[in-house]
Design a protein. Structure first.
Length: 666
RNA sequence: GCGCCCGUAGCUCAGCUGGAUAGAGCGACUGACUACGAAUCAGUAGGCCGGAGGUUCGAAUCCUUCCGGGCGCACCA
């Protein structure tokens, strides 16, 4: 509702300026006044035009207002302050527009986009940092879908990297295990932890410890021993990359088993994927060879004959100023002098595939089954029948901010190849890491060096085995929630309580990860994450439950109330001091599409989180001031019930976008 | 050395493309439950928006510079 009125006013102002002053203003600044008393929309346009028109701002404002004429949806315009034009909405019309559900569903906008998120190295259990990534990515997917886009969700799997190699080294040389042993161990872990709440014996947990142990092993021997161990590490890595040997087989077993665990962990949060492209296929299907030819042909890559990069194929970094004839020592190496390709090179090939520009495709086979769809994984030779992935118009890579340089290199390469449209629709959805507060680290029993104890936060490190595992955190949240639910829901059985507790716990976790804007470091602390009061997911869920309880006792349904609402004259209930907070609730409810648009344009899901919280807050305020069920005026009671129904509809919808369920009770 | 991010209330964070008295939550202090279930609400205290210049009718927001903190800048993945 708000978005439509905002656009309508903007267009009207534009045409007035055109007609009256012969001015073509590109976009009219429209904002929300600081107080509802001043109206619902405002523009400082007269202040801006004062200089060019050489008139006092208030005079200009007056002239504009007198030419605005009547505008559907608006009640009046007035001049305030130094020359603001404030618009008051026709409240009754606004309320009915909001209540009328038509036009709320997404209009398919035809864009096919791809969101890549999670992308955890498949060599250890997921931790809280990975949760932030997956929750941000999954929420953004939901936002794009709400806006009518067709979205595929990818989770890139680096199954041939040095991190997997380290765990392989651990199994081979620290544990002395063969491929058959590892296979048996995985089967044992899966059998043991199947249907078990306790994940301590799960394979990804086991790898978490082994990975930390191996990383230590590399540096804990004598100098010669360490050199030999490092050599072993790179031999192992190369054997995995090459494939077709027992080392590679172990790597495949590990990465597949850990990946399954990751998918299970994420499914607990309602996070699902469509496709899992793996590095092994990018290597073995020679994506790079094709990309290399394209990069040479377009001149993005050139062979360096001089300087420190002599013998390499390199590309100019974005923003670099290179003088002709001089050697660009700062150029990014894509192909090493020994002929092997770097990480960025492989990533360029992969991104050409994403946009359908490579001319080669993966093989596909089914990997994981969700209730309503399949998740596919890349293979060299796959099933004949499969959906088509890749070839999209826009991509979003949810990758932490530390990788902004390599991401910029890939974008630069696409642009250099002439794929400017693709480069423009390549978004590095960057976010800051989740770190631990020193206190939290000490509580977890980690050894925190003296010099780190005064820091605001300490980075988690898989290599050191330092961090909070995702499943542990979820378990802890669920048990803390269950304690509260047990106190309140004495009339419900264990299964119901468990379900409610899980909904609340996941809501708390997802909201916690979404309330911060992306480039703020989250200093993780159990006290904050386990909080269910104030600006939290459960606070919003509680507002939902309150509305549901009202309707349960009122003997009617939100749908029935809203259906009947169309024929009610709401105007009498929207005037006067007493009505301001009620109108505030409706107005907030009507801002949904504005906030969605803003959240997508800025790639910032936190806006939606904030919106849901504010609506819940305004509702709670309304709830305390206006007692619905005891209202004696029948017409007013219907109006108040409609208000509650709208809050329910909006909160359930927006919480759904955030991946947070709306419990029936709590 | 170069690049990116951050510095707002005791703590954790918002602050829309520069705009009208800078907002939340937590914590502190006062109050409100035989109930539309208080996982709630109302109220009080608390801020030269890191410092200094500049642009502008107007700056927490833009520019310059300095201070303080974080992260990147490999023929590692």
């Amino acid at each position: 509702m708000y978005l439509e009125l905002k656009n309508r006013l903007g267009a009207q102002l534009k045409s007035v300026l055109q007609a009256k002053y012969d001015l073509a203003v590109e976009s009219i600044p429209l904002e929300t006044p600081p107080d509802l008393k001043m109206g619902e929309l405002a523009t400082p346009i007269a202040l801006q035009l004062a200089r060019t028109l050489r008139k006092a701002p208030r005079v200009i404002a007056q002239e504009i207002v007198s030419s605005l004429g009547p505008l559907p949806g608006f009640a009046s315009f007035e001049i305030a302050g130094a020359g603001y034009i404030n618009a008051r909405l026709d409240r009754a019309a606004g309320v009915h527009a909001i209540a009328d559900a038509s036009g709320i569903g997404p209009a398919a906008d035809g864009v096919h986009s791809l969101v890549e998120h999670t992308s955890i190295n498949p060599n250890k259990a997921a931790h809280i940092g990975h949760l932030r990534n997956a929750i941000l990515g999954d929420t953004f997917v939901r936002l794009l879908r709400a806006a009518g886009q067709r979205v595929t969700v990818q989770n890139y799997i680096d199954n041939t990297g040095v991190q997997v190699a380290d765990v392989v080294v651990g199994f081979l040389y620290l544990e002395g295990k063969s491929a058959a042993d590892v296979r048996a161990l995985i089967a044992e872990c899966e059998a043991r932890s199947a249907g078990q709440a306790d994940k301590s014996g799960a394979f990804d947990y086991l790898c978490w410890n082994l990975y930390a142990r191996t990383s230590q092993w590399y540096v804990s021997g004598t100098e010669e021993e360490n050199a030999a161990r490092k050599k072993l590490r790179y031999e192992t890595l190369h054997a995995i990359e090459h494939g077709g040997n027992e080392t590679a087989e172990i790597a495949e077993l590990i990465s597949t088993a850990v990946l399954k665990r990751h998918l299970e962990t994420m499914l607990r949060l309602g996070i699902e994927y469509d496709f899992l492209p793996r590095e092994s296929e990018i290597l073995h299907l020679n994506f790079w060879a094709l990309a290399f030819e394209l990069l040479k042909k377009t001149g993005v890559l050139y062979f360096e004959n001089e300087g420190k990069n002599k013998g390499c194929w390199v590309m100019t970094r974005p923003g670099a100023d290179v003088t002709d004839g001089e050697t660009d020592e700062d150029a990014k190496v894509i192909v090493r002098s020994n002929g092997t390709v770097t990480y960025v090179g492989k990533d360029i090939a992969y991104h050409l595939w994403k946009f359908g520009l490579l001319g080669r495709d993966f093989g596909y086979r089914k990997f994981f089954t969700y209730p309503d769809h399949e998740c596919w994984i890349s293979t060299e030779e796959g099933e004949a029948e499969h959906p088509h992935f890749g070839g999209v118009q826009a991509i979003y890579n949810v990758i932490d901010s530390r990788q902004s340089d390599p991401q910029a290199n890939v974008i630069q390469a696409l642009r250099g190849m002439g794929h400017t449209a693709e480069a423009d629709h390549y978004t590095h959805f960057s976010y800051e890491m989740v770190a631990l507060t020193p206190r939290c680290a000490l509580d977890l029993g980690y050894d925190v060096p003296e010099e780190d104890r005064s820091r605001a936060y300490i980075e988690v490190s898989g290599r050191k085995g330092f961090g909070v595992k995702a499943d542990d955190l979820i378990d802890k949240l669920i048990s803390a929630t269950l304690e509260e639910v047990n106190k309140r829901q004495t009339g419900r059985d264990q299964a119901e309580r468990g379900q409610i507790a899980a909904q609340i716990a996941i809501g708390a976790l997802r909201y916690f990860m979404l309330k911060y804007t992306r480039n703020s470091v989250i200093a993780f602390d159990f006290k904050d994450a386990l909080s269910f009061e104030g600006e939290t997911g459960p606070y919003i869920q509680y507002a939902v439950v309150r509305v549901r309880n009202i309707f349960r006792k009122a003997g009617t349904t939100p749908e029935a109330v809203l259906a009947e609402f169309a024929s009610i004259d709401a105007a009498p209930f929207l005037v006067g001091e007493d009505a301001e907070d009620i109108w505030a609730v409706w107005l907030r409810a009507g801002r949904r599409s504005t906030v969605l648009e803003q959240g997508i344009a800025t790639s910032e899901p936190a806006y939606l989180a904030k919106h849901a919280f504010q609506l819940a807050q305004e509702f709670n305020n309304f709830y305390h001031r206006h007692h619905i069920l005891t209202e004696e005026n029948a017409a007013r009671k219907r109006f108040l019930l409609a208000t509650a129904a709208i809050v329910l509809r909006e909160l359930v919808t927006v919480l759904g976008w955030l991946g947070i369920e709306s419990p029936e009770a709590m």
